[in-house]
Design a binder for this molecule. Sequence first.
Ligand code: GDP
Length: 460
Amino acid sequence: MSIIQLEPIAALATAPGIGAIAVLRVSGEGAITLTNRIFRGKDLTVQASHTAHFGTIRQPDGSIIDEVLATVFRGPRSFTKEDVVEISCHGSEFIIQQILRRLTQEGVRLARPGEFTQRAFLNGQFDLVQAEAVADLIASDSDASHRAALTQLRGGFSKQLKELRQQLIDFVALVELELDFGEEDVEFAQRDRLRQLMLDIRRVLHPLIESFSVGNAIKNGVPTVIVGKPNAGKSTLLNALLNEEKAIVSDIPGTTRDIIEDELFINGIRFRLIDTAGLRQATDQIEAIGIERTQQKMRDAALIIYLFDAQFIFPHDLQTAISEMKDSGKPYLLVGNKLDTLTTGRRQELEDVAIEPIVWISAARHAGIDTLKEALSLRVRTDAAVQTGSAVVTNARHYEHLTGTDDALAHATKGLDAGVTPDWLAMDLRIALQHLGELTGEITTDDLLDSIFSKFCIGK
Ligand code: GDP
């Protein structure tokens, strides 16, 4: 792939605001020559790539703006694959603005958001999935989201898909060749091999498609709901988890009427906790709204904590609750509260009834809270994809194209079974190719690129 050097652009690459140092990045055709015009020190135009040089940046009248370190990167050995100079200056807003002004006076344009990454993409530094991972990496605020972004940046799933797409392209060419022969009954594309290839591709797609729910949760937090009867201790548990008095605790059943959302980080995973009004049958207007919302929140939740008062729960009610949790199809944890009031016999009795593990806590006494936290993070981590650090899809655009490809291939496979004519087959395969190509960025439109890269911050 040939490298294109576009007009020179510049932007602050570090976070705006006051800091010990700030880094400005200049990239594009003539980046080194133009920076050299405002730099006093060594002649940057003759310096080797990847070398740093001390000097000053001057106003046109010769007065010093700042002492800086200029690092030279010669294309294609740079982030954008263009010529790049990184200017490390003192982190003052005034100095940064003055240097940018000097650069623009020399004909450098201020960069748009994401423009550096866009150029890197256009010069083949990485594919679109990886480019988007750069944005996610910058935005990552938990250990797990950081890991997911990093895996994608390193090539993630797109490399494998690119190879399979190439094989599919070869098949489409053969199928389309059959079309040229019209009425003659020829088959250039071996149907068995095509069937196998489509199967192979779908095998790669499925875990990625399935990883989206967990991937999305990692990026945005795992929506977790605490449900249980009034007075089970839900508010007390929420407080214990969040370690502060966020919810209203009272002895009157059903007083936690408002839903309180809060976040909790456990082992690098973000949980969005949702407190609810309880699962009790509605007895009044306010409570009815609360219960409706509880059921809605259970639908929205990715993880359910079922909390019960171990002192007073009837074994039969515990069994009913367990089957309700199972019906919901969501991962859940059974949590027995008020351990401090229990006899060992009672605990054993409930365990026998439940026939599955119960996490025992005393919310009021903050006992067992760490065990519960561990159990929560384990529920999320048991997803193999997260555990092994393999690719996890966190991006809705990727998800859309992955499912689009899968649907088209499923349709093509069905067609193959039914013995459809080559033109029908080619149509489905074309749709699959279009999705795969848009996913990795081999097929792009300017609108798509603009919308993706505009989500970046300036300087990236
Ligand atoms: P909610 O209706 O489910 O939100 O329940 P609350 O959190 O308001 O608690 C109901 C009552 O149970 C309050 O009086 C709490 O003090 C009490 N409670 C909560 N956790 C415990 C516990 O671990 N042990 C004991 N003995 N009481 C608790």
